[in-house]
Write a new protein. Structure first.
Length: 239
């Protein structure tokens, strides 16, 4: 109706300007829009539907890309063997959360790991690492984080600054690993132990300094016969 009205208005304006009075012109001006409008409307509606479908496809592709990117990011932050955070991801998370919540650090090293590889083979050594990783995971809470930060070395972020709590968790991990009955594919029993060093309260200061402190405690445990725990207590909490 709008097309017909506009067509008649334009035709009438042209005829009036040229002092013309032709009924056929008005008839043509009425019929042509009625013939053209349905075709144009069909084309416009069809193109709109195609555009809507295209936008829907693009939306789904965008969502799939976002999911893929999240999976790739998650995969890039994980150790391929144990599934734990890798070194970079572990320390990035540690640095991100320690200013906003209580935080302590444990470093766990597998005792005599080179001997396991030499005697039982690297496949058995890899299996031992995966078994220990599972054991550590079972000993910590949901708010804690674990990373494989070296060949046979693990880092644990604990969401607490209580000296007794940190010492208890560290000792729980040590005892749980010590009780493990890990066997090689040939069913040979391989005794497993870990040495643990840690520091309580790392919310402030440089992460590298706290790591060095925990590392010194770890080597103190090594020097004292391995299979033991040494923790640097929080002086503020102790006071």
């Amino acid at each position: 109706m709008i097309s017909v009205a506009c067509s008649l208005l334009i035709t009438g304006t042209i005829m009036h300007a040229n002092d013309m009075h032709n009924r056929m012109g008005y008839i043509i001006a009425t019929i042509c829009p009625l013939l053209i409008a349905p075709i144009m409307s069909f084309i416009v509606v069809r193109q709109s539907e195609r555009l809507r479908h295209t936008l829907e496809v693009l939306r789904r592709v965008k969502e799939e890309l976002e999911v893929s990117n999240e999976r790739l990011f998650e995969k890039s932050s994980r150790d391929s063997m144990t599934g734990l955070l890798n070194r970079e991801a572990f320390f990035s998370r540690l640095d991100a959360v320690r200013a906003s919540q209580p935080c302590s650090l444990l470093i766990i090293d597998v005792d005599h790991f080179k001997k396991i590889n030499d005697v039982h083979g690297h496949f058995a050594g890899d299996g031992a690492l995966m078994a220990i990783a599972r054991c550590i995971t079972e000993c910590v809470g949901e708010g804690d984080s674990i990373g494989r930060i070296g060949g046979e070395e693990f880092g644990v972020y604990l969401a607490t600054e209580e000296n007794d709590r940190v010492a208890y968790i560290a000792e729980t991990i040590r005892a749980a690993v010590n009780r493990m009955q890990y066997r090689t594919p040939e069913h040979e029993l391989v005794p497993l132990t870990v040495s643990i060093g840690g520091i309580v309260g790392i919310s402030s200061g440089a992460v590298v300094d706290h790591f060095q402190t925990a590392d010194r405690k770890l080597y103190e445990a090594k020097r004292n016969g391995r299979n033991c725990v040494f923790i640097q207590s929080s002086l503020r909490k102790a006071a």
